[in-house]
Write a protein that binds this ligand. Sequence first.
Ligand code: HEM
Length: 449
Amino acid sequence: MPLIGDIDMAAIDVLRDRERGVPRYNEFRRQIGLKPITKFEDLTSDPQLLADLKSLYNNDIEMIDTLVGQLAEETRPEGFGFGETSFQIFILNASRRLMTDRFFTTDYTDEVYTAAGIDWVEDHTMVDVIRRHFPALAASLVGMDNAFKPWGLNMPDDYQDWSAQAKQDHLWVNGALRTSYEEGEVPAIEPIDIGGLINSVLWKKVQDVTDVAPPGYSKPIHPRGALAKVQFQSVAGHDYSGLFQGADHGLLRLSVTGDPSDRGFAPGLALKLLVDGKRSENVSALYTLSGQGDNHNIFANELSNYVQAEVNETLGTTTLFSLVSTKPTLLVMSDMAKVNQDGSAAGSVKTPTQVYFVPNPDLRNTISTAPHDFRDDLTAIPAGTKVYDVYGTDMQIKTSIWPWVTERYARERRNSAIKIGELVTRSEFTLSQFGDTGIFFKHQRYEDR
Ligand code: HEM
């Protein structure tokens, strides 16, 4: 305060209550019809707070000041930010305020408001009012039916029915942007959590049809990455169907399998293409299972939906993934070829057996191979950048017991691949909690093609 300097508001509040004879916390509760507490532990489970309260009030719960007790209370009515004692006061006053306002009671009539006026009040909520006055907030309010509840990523029951654009907006604005890490708070990249790759997680990855993992989910591999809005721009000259003919609303996540200083730098890509009124289709791609050693340039190599099993793969993911698929190093894309982005079924379905995400050389050539955080490279990329050329082949994927023959097959497939499109960013890359733990990319197994 001017002239006075800092003032201790909390102490003033406590003192003022005492001077005015406001009863202490427990007596206050009795007088407003709430049960008194019988021990400090009824108030809070925080050990430090408990120790402080006990020493401050000399172990006497009757001495706790009302304000202190109210702020320490852990028992909170569902959806409320304050405790039950304050809630009791709030609910009394809020309802009295309504009951004593004639415009809410006796005069809430057609005569006073007109019939149209009453309908207007009845049919609109605070969400509509905010939308009307602040159109820029429309995307932030998607899925919200109550403006007074925390705004966030609500997934309404009819989410799948929405347009691809609306779904992309929702995931982007209410998922990624809302949970972007503050400067200096970007989490370090954890090592791979092989123990987390349990049966249920593996099945979930190949079976769950959802864009968002349940709260509390964390990715045991590829825990950290960067997310951007992307568009798949198809090029003429190929007849791969469905989303391969173009998808305007996609999300791209680029990640590494785990802390590069642990097992080397192993880049991965996950692409989600959103569809009007239908579930999204997803594909993921890797360079190889074990990655690219100490080369930290995320655009150094092509990524593909098929990688060869490795003889000395130390992680053992191939073995683990074999629990759910006979072809654990292949993801198929037939679902992607079956649907168009407007939700209609593709006419004559043609699926590539293998696609190759070929990094834009302008990006590849400007990024350092030395150890550094790859996420810094990604957040520097402007919206509107072509990140990958996408090539596809329909040659059958064959392997041989002779590694050099398998190599030859792989080369032949790659040589037969033609350019089918480009992935172009439609936003900057963001680093966010949603991008790391929320967004879910289904894998399509060979068995489910
Ligand atoms: C059927 C065998 C496979 C299983 C069971 C499997 C399972 C998993 C699991 C559990 C995750 C953890 C992240 C999450 O929960 O979102 C994951 C992520 C990932 N997988 Fe697979 N995977 C398989 C095959 C493949 C193949 C063949 C590729 C590519 C060639 C691949 C590429 C990726 C990528 C890039 C990610 C990171 C996804 C993201 O950014 O969210 N996976 N996979």
